[in-house]
Design a binder for this molecule. Structure first.
Ligand SMILES: O=c1[nH]cnc2c1ncn2[C@H]1C[C@H](O)[C@@H](CO)O1
Ligand SMILES: [Zn+2]
Length: 400
């Protein structure tokens, strides 16, 4: 039988599973998607942590443990911000506060301190391994983790050395979990630099050794994705996958270029697609041409709510466009972006949505299956994780 959750029409969480009228005997409310559910309450934070989660947008250099930064900084002689020396808690707070500026450009300045301590093979391998262990501990079963190789060659490593060192860390981390988590690399090119073609070729060269895709990141305004058209055209000729940070600090033109000029498979953030959606006083919703295209084509949105609030792309979680986009059944996924800078985790991101919007376990499963469907893994591997890990995992926690 065809599984309704895998159809491209993407029935809303629980829609088939609990028709109106079922479960009327127990108190409850209306689910996040408007479906009636009178038996399931919102999950606790612990339940959210135990639920299987899939993560498509997480930066390796945005997720270091503060204590690791302190140790690596001591090894390489990097000076950390005044007042944080030797104090992991203070350093963690410094990142969260410095990143909480309301500006993407200032947010990105905090990466100077993480990138600086990730310039040797040993440091990259350690950070990559700890990343896997932290994600596993957070209940993540599938992750695509990105970073920009061009930022890790200051001490003389080659691009290949960098990718190999990160892969060694991922392999070691996965082995330590007993294979409970699947992790792939995405290689990022910095949009203000001019190395995207090289990085794209690097990603393709590593496609069967742990690299699943390509990305561009960095300050968005003034650096449109079409600057890197050569890299994207190369990737398309290679039948490779890529996502583009777009529609975060800049609006619709950036999203339009990413999709219609560059051919992105997914949008990093894409939150400003909301600018092409009009909600009338009577609650009626009108999609502009671009928003309709994004929804019709099931373009995955890698949404990162906490990061968006920090960079000013959204005013608060409660006002985050993820709510409307979810109601309108865009292909929404939930992500961390930078766990260190946002002091967040997949559990925290999902938990904040549960608190703000009353989402249920079924909604979290919907986000998770959306993410798995949108991953850059081969189709059969995506299906295996959905069928043998995500669905049974949610069922075991009581989702229907
Ligand atoms: O949310 C983001 N938007 C644009 N660029 C970002 C974001 N988060 C991290 N980056 C940058 C800073 C990192 O050094 C780089 C590679 O991971 O990507
Ligand atoms: Zn990002």
């Amino acid at each position: 039988m065809v599984d309704p959750l895998l159809l491209d029409g993407e029935p809303v969480a629980g829609a088939e599973l609990l028709p109106d009228g079922v479960g009327d005997l127990v108190e409850g409310g209306e689910g996040a998607h408007g479906w009636k559910d009178r038996r399931v309450s919102t999950p606790s934070r612990d339940l959210v942590r135990r639920a299987p989660k899939a993560l498509l947008h997480d930066h390796l250099d945005g997720g270091l443990r503060p204590q690791t930064i302190i140790e690596l900084a001591a090894d390489c002689g990097h000076e950390l911000p005044a007042g944080t020396e030797g104090d992991a808690e203070a350093l963690g707070r410094w990142f969260a506060e410095a990143a909480d500026s309301g500006s993407l450009v200032r947010y990105l300045e905090t990466f100077d301190h993480t990138v600086a301590v990730m310039q040797t093979e040993a440091a990259l391998t350690r950070v990559a391994k700890e990343c896997v262990l932290d994600l596993d501990d957070d209940g993540v079963v599938y992750a695509e983790v990105r970073y920009a190789p061009e930022q890790h060659v200051e001490a003389g490593l080659s691009f290949d050395d960098v990718v190999a060192a990160v892969q060694a860390g991922f392999d070691a981390g996965v082995a330590e979990t007993g294979g409970r988590i699947v992790v792939r690399q995405l290689l990022t090119a910095m949009r203000h630099q001019a190395r995207s073609r090289e990085v794209a070729e690097l990603a393709v060269a590593w496609r069967d050794r742990g690299v699943a895709g390509f990305d561009i990141a960095g300050a968005e305004a003034g650096f449109p994705p079409t600057r890197h058209l050569d890299a994207f055209e190369y990737l398309q000729r290679e039948n490779f996958h890529f996502t583009i940070h777009a529609g975060e600090a800049f609006g619709l033109p950036s999203i339009w270029e990413a999709l219609q000029w560059c051919g992105a498979d997914r949008l990093g953030h894409g939150v400003r697609i909301i600018d092409d959606i009009t909600v009338g006083d009577d609650g009626s919703v009108t999609l502009g041409r671009l928003a309709a295209y994004v929804r019709d084509k099931r373009i995955p949105l890698e949404m990162c709510p906490a990061s968006n609030v920090q960079t000013g792309a959204a005013d608060s979680i409660a006002e985050h466009p993820i709510r409307l986009l979810t109601e309108l059944r865009f292909r929404v996924t939930v992500n961390t972006d930078n766990r260190l800078m946002s002091g967040t985790s997949m559990t925290d991101e999902m938990w904040s949505l549960v608190q703000a919007f009353g989402y249920r376990l079924e909604d979290l499963r919907w986000f998770t299956i959306n993410a798995m469907k949108s991953s850059f893994l081969p189709f059969d591997e995506r299906l295996r994780i959905i069928d043998s890990i995500i669905k049974p995992g949610y069922a075991a926690l009581g989702a229907r």
